[in-house]
Design a protein around this ligand. Structure first.
Ligand SMILES: [Zn+2]
Length: 389
């Protein structure tokens, strides 16, 4: 999914969510010659009735008004702040409603195309805005395109949707939207809430009374690297998907788990991020007849990390995966320098070959902090799915 205008999602100079990350990703996909393997689609923006599948009417009205008259927001600061608008994280800008609805429209159309069977897989790397709440903006996210894609699938009659979120931040908005809905399984792996925004995502958050076990949270210790991150993913996600039997997999691939990311404290490399994208692809085939909607998300190392991570994601979804050792095309490296005055990475790898073992093969170490985190999650939710913790 790509419409050039999504790059208008711009909170202004100095904000970490720099739209250059989208431009550079799009251009790296093109530079690798992946376009012939893709069907490029620009979908229309999500309309009012679609936005209302997740969002409250008064919140959408506030976004529209702020978007039309950004100058009015300062005068009514506290009214807008109650909607999460006009804050340091989510400053308002002209056209904010339109571009946020456009990004949401791409994710909703991706979900529709996958469910109709037009395509097996669809990617919207401009999406994954997982912090937006039904009634407020949060964490750089205005409309929750991920939740809207899931909600649209439910509206179309899908009975079970799995949402897997590997952004370094908790997928709180999506979890909230489907907290008490047994049709949706949300799984989020993220840095521990005690050290990172949004300070939720404890293993004990497991869903509402009608959907116990429908929310799954893995709270990773700061400093977790490739082996631990992959171990956590593989010791939680596949078994739950096998038990839940989703008809569609929606995944969120925030690239801010990376060791170079300026806003968080995990130590994951591009190589593990690529492996998790491949794992999601394989899991969609194994458990959801291949139906896979992949979204972007956070990621604030905008030249070194995000474009490479999401180009791998697009290539995997296109059935044309790129070798990790592939050289980054020269023309793209020139573009990076021209746009950012920073050197671009040389290869599609960080030079690691991550190895991991799962709980199944190797057992676990009760004294290890990563294993404790994984165990806390398994103990909280596995029995609710008929699985042994
Ligand atoms: Zn994030």
């Amino acid at each position: 999914m790509w419409d050039e205008r999504v790059t208008g999602y711009d909170f202004g100079p100095g904000h970490p969510m720099d739209p250059v990350r989208l431009v550079l990703t799009r251009d790296l996909v093109r530079a690798f010659g992946l376009d012939p393997a893709l069907r490029l689609v620009a979908a229309p923006p999500a309309g009012e009735s679609t936005l209302r599948l997740v969002h409250d009417a008064d919140y959408v009205a506030a976004v529209r008004k702020a978007s039309q008259e950004p100058a009015s927001v300062a005068a009514a600061y506290s009214a807008y702040a109650s909607y999460g608008l006009g804050t340091e994280d989510n400053p308002v800008f002209p056209g904010m409603h339109e571009v946020s609805a456009l990004i949401a429209g791409q994710s909703v159309a991706a979900a529709e195309a996958v469910w109709r069977g037009d395509v097996a897989h669809a990617v919207n790397f401009a999406g994954g805005l997982h912090h937006a709440m039904p009634g407020s903006a949060a964490g750089f996210c205005v409309y929750n395109d991920a939740a809207l894609a899931v909600a649209r699938l439910l509206e179309l009659g899908v009975e079970r949707v799995a949402y897997v979120d590997v952004d370094v931040h908790h997928g709180d908005g999506v979890q909230t939207a489907f907290w008490d809905d047994p049709r949706v399984l949300t799984i989020s792996l993220h840095e521990h809430p005690s050290s990172l925004f949004p300070h939720t995502g404890w293993p004990q958050e497991t869903g509402g009374p009608a959907a116990e076990g429908g929310a799954v949270n893995v709270a990773l210790p700061p400093g977790t690297g490739d082996a631990g991150w992959l171990r956590a993913f593989h010791s939680v996600v596949p078994e739950l998907l096998s038990a839940f039997r989703p008809q569609v997999l929606v995944s969120q691939h925030g690239a801010d788990t990376h060791v170079e990311d300026p806003l968080a404290h995990l130590a994951v490399t591009l190589d593990a991020q690529r492996m998790v994208a491949e794992a999601c692809h394989a899991l969609a085939h194994e458990h959801a007849q291949g139906r896979w909607v992949a979204l972007g998300g956070g990621g604030y190392a905008v030249t070194d990390v995000v474009p490479r991570a999401w180009t791998h994601l697009v290539a995997i979804a296109a059935g044309a995966p790129l070798a990790p050792e592939a050289a980054v095309p020269e023309e793209w490296r020139h573009e990076v320098y021209a746009r950012t005055r920073r050197p671009a990475p040389l290869r599609m790898t960080d030079g690691r070959e991550p190895r991991w073992t799962g709980f199944e093969e190797a057992g676990y170490d009760p004294a290890d902090r990563l294993d404790q985190a994984v165990l806390a999650t398994r103990r909280a939710v596995f029995p609710l799915h008929g699985l042994l913790p």
